[in-house]
Design a protein around this ligand. Structure first.
Ligand code: ADP
Ligand code: MG
Length: 264
């Protein structure tokens, strides 16, 4: 067998597709630049390492089940002057995930809480953390189903493997007592073992309306808010502002032709 065919076969069996893709072009460049064999090998293996890191990153993003992708780059901080931008940028570096700290994004609807939670989740995926996105009601439904099917322990083992869980939209629907208990179990078991980001439209004083029980709510808040970064995101709804802007643009366009029709 020719060297080329043998090489292709070895690289396939060793599962080194990036080496297979790049070895010829890199060999030419290495020859042109008088590189040593070691330098060539190093450049070649670098391609394999980079390709694997990228595919692992993509897998982590896929497994996070984000409803859609939003990034910090798309976030307009000027739209929410009350938000501490520096704090958001610090969080994006992921130290809080390493320290197993929590984040609560609290504010009225349309101010970018879900956007920021997804963006922070994406940053964590890029940093190599295992992330999972849930809506609060989706998580509670999943907990209730697992309980019913006697696999809550298996589910707990899974959520404890996650470095970061995003729980979006806490507070829109109240939970049944069983749902509230299970959510408490979720938060209590992750306490100091993994990070959780919660987005909510409710102030802490109103959380009892969601969980129904004052003692349970206090115990839950105690665990969630110990070692926690709280970002207040109260402001004008971005959605509302954008639709106002669009309406204004539509109106302006409608008015233009009329201007031309005015006789001189
Ligand atoms: P919330 O979760 O607070 O209700 P969302 O994150 O769902 O709000 O934001 C509503 C829409 O507005 C989304 O499409 C989001 O990307 C966009 N949005 C909100 N705030 C901003 C912002 N400051 N910069 C850019 N887009 C924003
Ligand atoms: Mg939201």
């Amino acid at each position: 067998m020719s060297t080329e065919l043998l090489l292709k076969d070895y690289l396939r069996r060793l599962r080194l597709p990036a080496v297979a893709r790049h070895y010829k072009a890199l060999a030419r460049t290495a020859a042109e630049n008088n590189c040593s064999y070691e330098e060539y090998l190093c450049a070649l293996l670098e391609q394999e390492v980079l390709a694997r890191e990228e595919s692992a990153r993509q897998n982590r993003v896929r497994r996070a089940h984000f409803p859609y992708l939003k990034t910090l780059e798309d976030f307009d901080f000027t739209a929410l002057p009350g938000l501490n931008k520096q704090k958001v940028l610090t969080l994006s570096r992921g130290e809080y995930v390493r320290l197993k700290e929590n984040v609560i994004l609290m504010g009225n609807p349309g101010t970018g809480k879900t956007h920021l939670a997804i963006a922070l989740g994406l940053c964590a995926c890029r940093q190599g953390y295992r992330v999972r996105f849930y809506t609060a009601s989706g998580l509670v439904s999943e907990l209730l189903l697992a309980q019913k099917e006697h696999r809550i322990l298996a589910l707990e083992r899974q959520w404890l493997k996650l470095d970061l869980v995003v729980v979006d939209e806490l507070g829109y629907v109240p939970y049944s007592p069983e749902g509230a208990q299970l959510f408490f179990r979720f938060v209590a078991s992750r306490y100091e073992r993994g990070s959780t980001i919660v987005t909510t439209n409710l102030e802490f004083a109103d959380w009892v309306q969601v969980f129904g029980d004052e003692r349970l709510t206090a115990a839950l808040l105690d665990r969630l808010t110990h070692r926690c970064h709280i970002l207040l995101m109260n402001g004008e709804s971005y959605r509302f502002r954008e639709s106002l802007k669009r309406r204004q643009q539509d109106e302006d366009q409608h008015h233009q032709p009329q201007l031309h029709r005015i006789p001189p």
